[in-house]
Design a protein. Structure first.
Length: 169
C-alpha cells in the first residue's frame, strides 16, 4: 500500500504539473498527445519488489487498481480503493513506451520517482523506482530509502487495444 501511495503521490505531483503546462516535445506536440489511446482505462496492477535498501519499509508485492484518464493536456491516475487521484506528467514517449517522473520536496522530505511503462495490447510491463529522503531540522539526512518495483498491468476496462488496432487498419 505504501508503494501505491508513493507511486500515486509521485504521479500526482510530478507528472500532472508538467502536463498542465503543456510540456512541449518536437513540433509543438505535447508529450500527452504522444500517449497511445490504449493507455487509458482501468488497469489491474501488480508491483513486485526487485531491489531495495530497506525490505521492512517497502512491501514485497502489492496489487492495485489504476484508472488512467485524459482531460485536455492532463492525465489523471485514480485508485478507487483509496480514492486517491493524481495528475501525471509525461517525460518521454517512444512507440508504446512512456516514461513518467515525479519529484516532491519540502523542508523535511525529498521524494523522486521514475516510472517506465511499455504497453502491449491489453497488458503493460514496466518499472517504478522510488527514492525517499528525510531530513532533520538542521537539514541533515536522517533516512534514505530506495526501492525498485517491476510493474505488470492488465486492462480491466476501457478501449480494447486489439479491437482498436483492427478498426484503425
Amino acid at each position: 500500500m505504501r508503494l501505491f501511495i508513493a507511486v500515486l503521490f509521485l504521479i500526482m505531483n510530478v507528472f500532472i504539473p508538467s502536463l498542465c503546462f503543456g510540456e512541449v516535445l518536437k513540433g509543438g506536440i505535447s508529450a500527452v498527445d504522444m500517449i497511445p489511446d490504449e493507455f487509458y482505462g482501468t488497469w489491474s496492477v501488480i508491483s513486485t519488489r526487485v531491489e531495495t535498501n530497506n525490505e521492512s519499509f517497502f512491501k514485497e508485492r502489492t496489487s492495485d487498481i489504476w484508472i488512467l484518464q485524459r482531460a485536455g493536456n492532463a492525465i489523471t491516475l485514480t485508485n478507487p480503493a483509496t480514492l486517491a487521484t493524481s495528475t501525471i506528467s509525461v517525460d518521454e514517449v517512444e512507440n508504446n513506451t512512456a516514461k513518467f517522473s515525479r519529484a516532491s520536496k519540502n523542508k523535511y522530505e525529498d521524494e523522486t520517482e521514475h516510472v517506465t511503462i511499455t504497453l502491449n495490447d491489453n497488458t503493460f510491463i514496466g518499472e517504478d523506482r522510488l527514492e525517499m529522503k528525510k531530513f532533520s531540522i538542521d537539514n541533515k539526512l536522517i533516512e534514505h530509502n530506495v526501492v525498485k518495483y517491476r510493474l505488470e498491468g492488465k486492462k480491466i476496462s476501457g478501449r480494447n487495444a486489439i479491437l482498436y488496432k483492427m478498426i484503425r487498419e
